[in-house]
Structures are given as C-alpha cells and as structure tokens.
Design a protein around this ligand. Structure first.
Ligand code: PGA
Length: 245
C-alpha cells in the first residue's frame, strides 16, 4: 500500500524568520495519515532540522557529481549532512533556468541515492506540447531518460507537474490528470514490474490549493501533491495536508 504524501516546495523563498510557519505545520503532520515533506532552500535545512519533528526535510536540487570543483553548487551529501531525507530533481524551473536535461537528472538521482536521499523527480509538458497532443510522448521520454534502472521503490517519487499549471492558478481537468497518472503508473509497472511499479508514489503538482486538493487527490493514482505557493504559509498548507492524509 502506498502512503500518500504532500511535499511543500518553497523554491527561492524563505528566510530564517519564515521558519515560524513550521511549528503549526509540524503539529498538523503529527496528526496526518500522509507523509509531509518540506523542501526548503538549502540555507534553511539545518535550522528546519532542529524544528521539525514530524516533517521530512528535502532539498530542491543537487549536483550530478558527488563533490568537486563546482562553485556555488550543492551536493547530495551536503543535503544529507544538514538533515535532508529527500531532494526534488528535474523541476521544470531547473530544467528551464539551468538547462537541465533528462540525462543529467538521471545522474543526479543516482548520486542522491548514493547518499541515502529519496528523489522526487518532476516531469511535465508545456502548454504547446499539450495543445500539440504529444503530452504522453513527452512524459514517457522524461520518465525513461531521467529515471535510472536501479529503482528500489522507496527511493523514488514521481511528481507530474504540467508546466502551464505551475504558479498560474490553472489546473488540468480531472480527466487530464487521470490520463497522465495512469500512463505513468502503467509505464512504471511495465519497466520495473508490477509490484515495484505499483509501489512508487506519483504526486500531482501545479497550483494545488485548499480548494482543489480534495478533487485532485481523489483521482486514482494520485498519491498526493507537490505544492509550491500554497506551502509557504501554514494556514494555506495545513488544509492540504489534512485533505490528503
Ligand atoms: P505551485 O508550484 O503550487 O506554486 O504551482 C508547484 C511546483 O512548482 O512544485
């Protein structure tokens, strides 16, 4: 049985003062029947680790090498060392801002696993690709090329995030979400076998909020959410946690 999950993605938001939001989120996580993860800027991970008792902690990217001469980059081992258990990889904002490609994302997943981090791998289509009716082809290619073969089940979470839904207030219809999540499930089962493929959580992300969470999380093969804007404030994030778990 998959345990549902809700992951907050603070992106490039959050100073130490904003960690005041964490106590209430932590209390909600203690009562929830889902795993709650907060993926905060790397600068906040060690402080969050001191405050979070019931929340898992995540980073938002790591380098595809374990260490070395990469000024300004963060390694998987550094994230793990400061208290992270998860890392978001291949978010569309990283793919766009930093020209990340599936192949380097796959390397990042491997290095994350090497240091015991669970990888939340993001995939999703642009509006042009959806309008051109190539969404499933795009998703299939991203899945194949950004996920390594050595999946254990526990070490991987997939987040389906249509790029046009991120931060826009737009969400796909339930049929559109259902079609993509079912496709991802079948692809995972086909590649990794029924049992392993069935065990991997598939999150929906893109303008999820307290109003649409009930409808979206009821869709089969939606195992929770990856939440950006609505995860920054406890008053917005807690209703999502309560609805998912
Ligand atoms: P959003 O972001 O919830 O603000 O749309 C989601 C994400 O980018 O992970």
């Amino acid at each position: 049985m998959r345990k549902p999950m809700v992951a907050g993605n603070w992106k490039m938001n959050g100073l130490r003062a904003n960690l005041s939001e964490v106590a209430a989120i932590d209390q909600a996580a203690a009562k929830a029947n889902c795993d709650v993860i907060l993926c905060v800027p790397a600068t906040l991970i060690s402080q969050l680790a001191l405050k979070a008792k019931n929340i898992f902690i995540g980073g938002q990217t790591c380098h595809n090498e374990a260490s070395g001469a990469h000024t300004g980059d963060i390694s998987a081992e550094m994230l793990q060392d400061t208290g992270a258990q998860y890392v978001i990889l291949g978010h569309s904002e990283r793919r766009i801002d930093h020209a990340e490609k599936d192949e380097s994302i796959q390397q990042k997943v491997l290095v994350a696993w090497q240091f015991g981090l669970k990888a939340i791998v993001c995939i999703g289509e642009t509006l042009d690709q959806r309008d051109s009716k190539i969404t499933l082809g795009v998703i299939g290619k991203q899945l194949l090329n950004s996920i390594p073969d050595s999946v254990s089940g526990e070490n991987l979470v997939i987040a389906y995030e249509p790029i046009w839904a991120i931060g826009t207030g737009l969400t796909p219809t339930t049929d559109q979400i259902s079609e993509v999540h079912n496709f991802i499930r079948v692809s995972l089962e086909h590649r990794f076998g029924d049992q392993l493929g069935h065990s991997i959580n598939i999150l929906y992300g893109g303008s999820m909020n307290g109003k649409n969470v009930v409808e979206i999380s009821a869709i089969p093969n939606v195992d929770g959410g990856l939440v950006g804007g609505a995860s920054l404030k406890a008053q917005n994030f807690i209703p999502i946690i309560e609805s998912i778990g």
